[in-house]
Write a protein that binds this ligand. Structure first.
Ligand code: ES4
Ligand code: ZN
Length: 335
């Protein structure tokens, strides 16, 4: 508790955040009303909150997460969603946010790129003046929809590529190994985009190896399951590849059931892996003892379970800028 004020005022970057995962039940219902959507499976915001209280695993979470997106229809809806997240993030000392979005979750509902992307992009462009933070957008491919679909999405994104910092892989991990996406990632690299992949969350350490070797990613999203493979831990320590770890997400989705606290302690205290702390889907992964699901709550939780001191917290914040896609001058200004 004594470190809470320190964590809040520490300037931080958030590197692993799905904008769709910031849709709070209250905004869900206000957008439903504005757009005359009457198909939500919940009576009210309180019922939607209750449905987010526990998840049996990644699949159960993803079902609820994609379901809520039915209220996002207009350009302004995407602006409002992204803007609300950045307002909250700024209030917690986030000065830079790298914001993921899932084109396929909108395209498959008939919402075109030309609707959702300008909404997100306009919010990001307004962020420095409105909230005092910088932000950029990262486009994720849903791996369970396959490589062909990912290639189509990349093609549709071409006109917007100047406003996209990088690409990633998300959604279900098991059954869709990284190597399936080699061609798409090579194309993305040729377009000048940075690359990431969710790996070592639902799946094992072998997916982290493959994301590094086959996809040449700049950083690994999650990656906590590197702990199962000492050779991989040694490789990550040596290469300095950052992990964007999301403690409350891992807790809520039961990565390492009953052991996540000890695993995070081990990763932070027993290894030299370059770890960053992030919130993933803050409107879904709440932890009352840590004060919610946003970045501050994730820092608070990991501080408690790993026994971090102020010096280590400051290092995590420095890591977040160094692992960011900011240019060298901006990184230097923040660290
Ligand atoms: C996600 Cl926690 C998590 N894992 C994989 N894909 C995702 N998309 C949004 N949240
Ligand atoms: Zn994620």
């Amino acid at each position: 508790a004594s470190l809470d004020a320190f964590i809040r005022t520490l300037p931080k970057a958030e590197l692993h955040l799905h904008v769709e995962g910031t849709l709070e039940p209250e905004l869900l219902f206000s957008l439903a009303k504005r757009n005359n959507v009457s198909t939500l499976p919940y009576a009210d915001a309180a019922a939607a909150h209750a449905a987010r209280a526990s998840f049996s695993g990644l699949g159960d979470f993803l079902d609820k997460y994609y379901e809520g997106l039915s209220v996002l229809l207009k350009e302004q809806d995407y602006y409002d969603l992204c803007d609300a997240y950045m307002a909250h993030a700024a209030s917690e000392g986030v000065v830079h946010a790298e914001i993921m979005f899932d084109p396929q979750a909108h395209l498959r509902r008939g919402i075109p790129f030309s609707t959702f992307f300008p909404g997100l992009q306009r919010a990001v462009a307004d962020a420095p003046a409105r909230h005092g933070l910088t932000a950029c957008l990262l486009m994720c491919f849903m791996r369970d929809l396959g490589a062909e679909s990912a290639a189509e999405v990349l093609q549709q994104a071409e006109p917007y590529k100047e406003h996209i910092a990088g690409v990633g892989l998300d959604s279900a991990e098991n059954g869709y190994p990284p190597h399936l996406f080699v061609d798409v990632f090579n194309k993305a690299a040729a377009m000048g985009l940075r690359r990431m992949a969710h790996a070592g969350e639902e799946g094992g350490a072998e997916n982290i190896w493959s994301a590094l070797k086959d996809l040449q990613v700049d950083r690994i999203d999650h990656g906590v399951r590197c702990l199962d493979d000492p050779a991989l831990v040694a490789h990550l320590e040596k290469s300095g590849t950052a992990l964007t770890v999301c403690p409350l997400s891992n807790l809520c989705l039961q990565v390492y059931p009953g052991q996540i606290g000890e695993k995070l302690r081990s990763l932070l205290q027993d290894t030299k892996v370059r770890v960053t702390i992030n919130s993933d889907d803050p409107a879904y992964f709440m932890h009352s003892e840590s004060g919610g699901g946003y970045l501050l709550a994730n820092y608070t939780y990991v501080t408690a379970v790993a026994g971090l001191d102020a010096r280590q917290l400051a290092q995590l914040a420095i890591n977040s800028f160094e692992a960011s896609f900011l240019d060298a001058a901006a990184k230097k200004a923040h660290t």
